[in-house]
Ligand binder design. Structure first.
Ligand code: NAI
Ligand code: MG
Length: 363
């Protein structure tokens, strides 16, 4: 099958790392490993400069038509003073919202060659491969009421509201169990059922989904604070962690620091399955931002971006062999001592963005 892929490079180093992904896509296409129909458009500050909106209606239409979207990064100091609703991040938020991308997948993989860059001791992280599945469209970031009010005595009161409906928990639980089956078959579900009603419902619904169709997957419930502790005590015990928007935000950043550099981390955001085509909406992007401090210098590490393509091949296109080959090439290049500046250490071979692309293609 030909995979319809929309490329949204965005701003700053997004453009530079996307250029390396395009070379990988060309390589796969030319060798007949996988076949692509590529569209490209603007997002973020680049789109604002071109059409006065952080994503155009035309780009949104392309996003709905695509089998998957690859996004670089958005943002930069140049757009510090544009109206709030037109800021670069708003383009990304609109994509997530309109495509209903409710499941955020953040793998934290520690390559043995980079284990010394982790915040933890080598033996704790070497070979680490955790997948955090974070609920992305509900919970306390979106719940109403969400207010700050003045009280009569000059004090103020701020309110955020955590709301989850059972269907939101059910669909993210299914994603977690399905993914666990393609990995080591283990899910840890994490919440605070001891002090939160949403936690109580979360635990109950995850257990029900487990009992209904996924009893072959090992399921464990952990309180979120305890899960955070375990993640820095013995992270290799985890396979898939499924959690809500707030806890997932925090736990995925903790897990990120176990692996070394921000420039190494891909992510996926998955939405619902469309009835007609049977395809799942999906957006793949590096965890890092537009990095204005190094933009335009050819220094950015393209591995997070190239790893995001591997995730698209795995989760949207079912091209497992191509995904494996990309991930093996990344591991091989790192084992061979090739390093961009962000992961450089003494005695290794320092390269720029395109040099890393060259090395991965060669491998
Ligand atoms: P950032 O991720 O852009 O940069 C943080 C630090 O990590 C910088 O020192 C940067 O040079 C370094 N870094 C990041 N990616 C790298 C890579 N691939 N290779 C080598 N070094 C890398 O986060 P920051 O500085 O907080 O934000 C910069 C801009 O990016 C802001 O406008 C922010 O709003 C935006 N941003 C966008 C995101 C997105 O598009 N998803 C996510 C995070 C920030
Ligand atoms: Mg965060």
């Amino acid at each position: 099958a030909t995979h319809k892929l929309l490329l949204l490079p965005g701003d700053g180093i997004g453009v530079e790392v996307m250029a390396e992904v395009k070379r990988v896509i060309d390589w796969l296409d030319r060798r007949g490993v996988a076949s692509f129909a590529i569209e490209e458009d603007l997002v973020g500050g680049a789109a604002y400069d071109s059409c006065g909106q952080p994503i155009s209606e035309e780009a949104m239409a392309k996003a709905f038509a695509a089998d998957a979207i690859l996004l670089g990064a958005v943002g930069g100091t140049k757009w510090a003073n544009v109206p709030y609703e037109d800021r670069p991040e708003a383009g990304l938020l609109r994509l997530r919202k309109d495509l209903q991308l409710f499941a955020n997948l953040r793998p934290a993989v520690c390559y043995p060659a980079l284990a010394d860059a982790s915040s933890l001791k080598r033996e704790l992280v070497e070979g680490l491969d955790v997948l955090i599945v974070r609920e992305l469209t509900g919970g306390v970031y979106f719940g109403e009421p969400k207010t700050i009010t003045d009280l009569s005595d000059g004090q103020k009161r701020a309110v955020d509201t955590q709301v989850y409906e059972s269907y939101e928990i059910e669909r993210i639980a299914r994603v977690a169990f399905e993914l666990a089956r393609t990995r080591r078959n283990k899910v840890v579900s994490t919440e605070k059922h001891n002090v939160m009603k949403t936690g109580l419902l979360w635990k109950q619904v995850v257990s029900e989904v487990h009992g209904s169709a996924y009893e072959d997957v090992h399921l464990e419930h952990q309180l979120a604070d305890s899960c955070g502790m375990q993640l820095v005590r013995a992270p290799k015990q985890f396979d898939v962690i499924v959690t809500d928007n707030l806890f997932g935000d925090i736990l995925s950043d903790v897990a990120a620091m176990l692996t070394g550099s921000l420039g190494m981390l891909p992510s996926a955001s998955l939405g619902g399955v469309e009835e007609l085509s049977g395809r799942r909406r999906a957006l793949y992007e590096p965890v890092h931002g537009a990095a204005p401090d190094i933009a335009g210098k050819g220094l950015a590490n393209p591995i997070a971006m190239i790893g995001s393509l591997a995730m698209a091949l795995r989760y949207s296109f079912g091209e497992l062999e191509a995904a494996d080959r990309i991930e093996a090439a990344i591991a091989g290049v790192l084992a061979g001592g090739v390093r961009t500046a962000d992961i450089y250490s003494e005695g290794k071979t320092r390269v720029g963005t395109s040099g890393m692309g060259d090395a991965i293609l060669a491998e």
